[in-house]
Design a protein around this ligand. Structure first.
Ligand code: DSN
Length: 434
């Protein structure tokens, strides 16, 4: 079926790019741990008539008319998100994860206030206060990091000491390149000790939490949880902010108290930081959350972890140093420069040439530059969606090592490319998960 019939007849240039991307995704393997393949239902919602509508405000309280169906679809997304993560309030309007984090800071903090987050070289995210971001100019970011990069253990004693000294108003647990679980209970107890709000950014592991195979920060008393919706959660690109408690009056700015967090967050997203919500994206979130509520999603989430373990086993047997000693979630950070003598950039390019997409990544305390670091980061959410189990993941990991060790042997790389293509064709990207 040609999904792009109208584009094909109207706009050959865009059609060409779409066809190329379709083929790239079909014939290669996606190992970027923050990517996934969405269902056709999610894509249909994302490409739907809701893109035509302006809906500033929230369900039942909008600034424009004609909101019968936008209210219906946004309410569905909110209720499903609440059910998935066990919270009282969900704002489904953030356009992405960065927006969600910025709105959460804006809801609780004043310019100049201190936020404590994970060291960026130890797995924290750009929006957790990287000096290149505008947020780093607005707030004072302080750091915690791993005590032992070989085990991944976070230095909670140092975190406590820094929190006592710096008095952050918010302590942020979350990461984009850390392969172990955070100790939510410890982080919350440190936040309580210094009177800080505990915020978790679960963008990478939201699907694991929703699928019941990773711990939920709300179970440890976290007051704010942000996430993207397109990684392990397998929805459209977008963001989400969740809290406990209920909105008092979204039309009125309330005092900054914990009870008022839901209202503060709603007001921070709109009108504080964003304009009209992208209702097509919200409709697609509703569809994806509906999929994640199905029993099959639990099986999917569990398989992501098993698959990552299978790849870890091969890398360990191959003598490759992995940050934190391996993985307890969906991703692996491998020190390919230290272990195989191949630079991160060359590893990314070599693997790309054989049909495996992943990203070069700095490893903790990397001495190499960010554009050519020592490591690669890869994960299993997308290939698990494709139906890969431990056997296929073991083979992919073997082929990865083989390719990196033979990066200058073109005929070897051609053979590997062929095997990857056959494997991808054997496991077509599914249209539906329900
Ligand atoms: N770009 C995402 C990632 O790859 O982890 C985070 O924003």
């Amino acid at each position: 079926m040609n999904l792009y019939e109208s584009i094909e007849s109207q706009d050959k240039e865009v059609f060409g790019a779409l066809q190329g991307e379709e083929q790239r995704e079909a014939e290669g393997l996606e190992l970027i741990p923050s990517e996934n393949y969405v269902s056709r239902a999610v894509r249909e919602a994302n490409g739907s008539v809701f893109t035509n509508k302006y809906s500033e405000g929230y369900p039942g309280k909008r600034y424009y008319g004609g909101q019968e169906f936008t209210d219906e679809v946004e309410t569905l997304a909110i209720e499903r998100a609440k059910k998935l993560f066990g919270c009282d309030h969900a704002n489904v309007q953030p356009l992405g994860g960065a927006n969600a984090n910025i709105a959460a800071y804006f809801a609780w903090m004043e310019p100049g206030d201190t936020i404590m987050g994970m060291d960026l070289g130890h797995g924290g995210h750009l929006t957790h206060g990287h000096p290149v971001t505008y947020m780093s100019k607005l707030y004072n970011f302080v750091r915690y990091k791993m005590k032992n990069v070989e085990t991944g253990e976070i230095d909670y004693d140092e975190m406590r000491a820094t929190a006592v000294r710096e008095k952050p108003k918010m302590i942020l647990g979350g990461f984009s390149a850390y392969p172990r679980e955070l100790d939510w209970a410890q982080i919350k107890s440190i936040a309580d000790e210094v009177g800080a709000v505990a915020m978790a950014d679960v963008a990478h592991i939201a699907g694991l939490i929703a699928g019941g195979v990773a711990k939920n920060p709300f179970d440890y008393g976290f007051q704010i949880v942000t996430t993207t919706t397109h990684k392990t959660l397998r929805g459209p690109r977008g963001g989400l902010i969740m809290t406990k408690g209920v909105v008092s009056n979204p039309m009125k700015a309330p005092e900054k108290t914990i009870e008022n967090l839901p209202t503060l967050i709603d007001r921070a997203v709109f009108p504080g930081f964003q304009g009209g919500p992208h209702m097509h994206q919200i409709a697609a979130k509703a569809v994806a959350f509906g999929e994640a509520l199905q029993p099959a999603f639990k099986t999917y989430a569990a398989q992501i972890l098993k698959n990552a373990k299978a790849m870890e086993t091969v890398f360990r047997a191959g003598g490759v140093r992995m940050l934190a000693g391996g993985t307890s979630n969906h991703l692996i950070l491998a020190d390919v420069f230290g272990s195989l003598g191949i630079e991160g950039k060359a590893a990314e390019e070599t693997l790309n040439a054989v049909g495996i997409t992943l990203n070069k990544n700095a490893i903790a305390d990397d001495t190499r530059p960010p554009f050519n670091p020592s490591g690669i980061r890869f994960g299993t959410p997308a290939i698990t969606t494709r139906g890969f189990k431990e056997g296929e993941c073991t083979r992919v990991a073997e082929l990865m090592l083989d390719a990196m060790k033979n990066k200058d042997d073109q005929s070897k790389l051609d053979t590997i490319r062929q095997e990857i293509k056959e494997l991808a064709q054997k496991f077509p990207i599914p249209d539906s998960f329900v």
